[in-house]
Ligand binder design. Sequence first.
Ligand code: NAD
Length: 255
Amino acid sequence: MSDLFDLSGRVALVTGGGRGIGRAIAVELANAGAAVVPSARSTDEIEAVADEIEANGGDALAVSADVTDPDAVTSAIDRAEAEFGNVDVVVNNAGFNPADALGRPEDVSTESFDRVLDVNLNGAYEVTTAAADSLLESDGGSVINVASVGGLVGLPRQHPYVASKHGLVGLTKSMSMDWAPDVRVNAIAPGYVATELTTGLQENEELRQSIIDRTPLERFAEPEEIAGPAVFLASDAASYVTGSVLAVDGGWTSR
Ligand code: NAD
């Protein structure tokens, strides 16, 4: 294979990198040669991911940070730069869709709405801008925002999540223009992925089946299936790709 997908010499920070999609992306970026900084609020899971990467011969540093805490984010970027010299790739994957933000607009509190926007949208903005100097100095600067099919279409009873993911798509497009040609900025829009975030959907047989029926590939994705597209977007294989939103949804949005 040619070295188009080789990430040797690059350093990638992955928020929410301790489990689910973030963990899979962190592991595959490392498999492609990047030094990886998995980050999340608590340390247990990200340390396990860093250990796994190092056990496979890669370089990793677990750094805890809440993406809604600007000081913690700045210090996480500082630690990554101190350890590896630079941050070339930022994967904004941290996100959530809590029960108190599900429902009709008149039934969801402003506090719940704000909290979802704070993590899913403002958090990505905070991390990306904190890494701006590093990204702009890099020869391979790349930002990958993990959005959702909810960033492309509306979903009932999920308006905070959908607003946050549409915002993330808008941020992707605008930042891609401001930072071209130095840093590429793209988004991935996963469909339904088998992670803790979708446990409720997977365990409700009726809902699970309705999602499968609506998905041309007839199943949920595994987290690893979102990681390949992330490696692609981080790599020189995507050297002419910026401002794009890559749907990785089993065909869900093609209907
Ligand atoms: P997950 O719940 O397994 O993982 C989410 C990660 O984000 C966790 O590591 C968590 O600790 C971290 N996180 C949450 N809030 C944080 C904060 N304030 N600061 C730092 N880290 C924080 O969920 P997942 O399914 O792996 O989701 C990852 C991303 O993919 C999310 O942005 C989610 O919206 C998106 N997504 C998931 C699906 C799906 O079906 N699972 C579909 C589309 C998009």
